[in-house]
Design a protein. Structure first.
Length: 363
């Protein structure tokens, strides 16, 4: 059998097709993203507004946030490297990544993917390590018209809401004064190694109790893991008033939420599936909610979250909440990739058939 011969015209044809598809891969398969829906855009706008309010509140109490070298975008949501409220290590770039207003838009989309609709109940349990994610959750649920129930622990890792003079309680008060009061913050906990706040100085704990009382909040009593998980779960169920909890959002790495079982490390950030329910003495609130059939949105491992949902890492400047803001969701290009591959194969096959026909005609 003679080897196939390719005419110069066919070689040129195949080379041209390859070049065209190479260009398509970069300019079509990797688009700038999908435009936001109205509620997603509203959530991003609200988050941008909330950041301005918190920054202004810090100025009003004399904290000089403009001199914070860790917060060049002036969000008011980046704290200190170390303070009496600092409980664990943190990554500065991860904290800044969460201040992107697109985070609120992403949460709207994830909640919608979880099946949440207007008027339904969503629960969020957060540490103060990622105050921007708490703000994003407030803004997303407000934009959707969702009833948000929340519990926040006051302890924070580095660069979170760890300023003793402006903890999450101060941020909460600032947001309420600015009209961000559609959520229901049910209670606060101390945070720290065993959610007791025993690492904090006594005068700081007294100050925090007074701030909580001003907001009509009480600190939950520290106890064993099982008891604390049961307490959080009960508070959410009672506040829901008989309505089902349609999604649970975990923010940060609090013991109560994560539990003590190593299987928690297997969870993907974002909308995730809990495949293992550990024994109750190691079980966290995430697994309790999953056992009840509640969809889980897991906001931890920020680098993984940004990679999964195509969000920029430590963006400077921050994207603006306007019509140009877009989201690129996970796997958004896979279907296009298969179509592109199929079209390429068909074009190459057509070129080969064309080549054979030419040679038969010439032969």
């Amino acid at each position: 059998m003679r080897p196939a011969k390719f005419s110069p015209q066919t070689i040129f044809y195949l080379a041209a097709v390859s070049l065209i598809f190479y260009l398509i891969f970069f300019f079509w398969l990797e688009p700038s993203g999908e435009k936001l829906a109205a509620d997603e855009l509203e959530a991003a706008r609200l988050m941008q507004e909330a950041e301005k309010e918190i920054y202004s509140c810090q100025q009003n109490v004399g904290l000089l946030p403009e001199k914070n070298p860790f917060d060049p975008m002036k969000t008011g949501l980046i704290g200190l490297e170390s303070s009496p409220l600092t409980t664990t290590l943190g990554q500065l770039e991860a904290k800044r990544t969460t201040t992107n207003p697109a985070m609120a838009a992403l949460l709207v989309r994830l909640l919608r993917q979880a099946g949440v609709e207007k008027g339904q109940v969503v629960a969020a349990d957060a540490s103060s390590s990622f105050p921007a994610l708490i703000v994003a959750t407030y803004c997303a649920t407000r934009a959707m018209g969702v009833d948000l129930l929340a519990i926040v622990s006051i302890g924070s890792s580095q660069w979170g809401a760890n300023q003793p003079e402006f903890s999450w309680l101060s941020m909460e008060n600032c947001l309420r004064q600015a009209g961000f009061n559609q959520h229901r913050l049910l209670a606060v906990s101390w945070g720290g190694e065993d959610d007791s706040g025993r690492e904090y100085p006594d005068d700081l704990k007294i100050k925090l109790r007074q701030e909580a009382q001003t907001l009509g909040l009480t600190f939950l009593q520290p106890a064993g893991l099982k008891t604390m998980v049961e307490t959080h779960f009960r508070l959410f169920k009672e506040a829901a008033g008989g309505q089902p909890i349609r999604a649970f959002i975990n923010i940060g790495g609090s013991l109560v939420n994560l539990g003590r079982d190593s299987s928690i490390l297997e969870l993907r950030p974002g909308l995730t599936q809990v495949k293992k329910i550990p024994p109750e003495d190691r079980c966290g609130l995430i697994q309790w909610m999953a056992r009840e059939g509640v969809p889980i949105i897991h906001l931890l491992n920020i680098r993984g979250l940004a990679a999964r949902y195509n969000l920029p890492w430590d963006p400077q400047p921050l994207p603006q909440a306007n019509q140009d803001l877009k989201l690129k969701m996970e796997n958004s290009g896979q279907e296009k990739l298969w179509l592109l591959f199929a079209a390429y194969v068909l074009c190459c096959a057509a070129g080969l058939v064309f080549n054979r026909l030419i040679h038969k005609k010439d032969g």
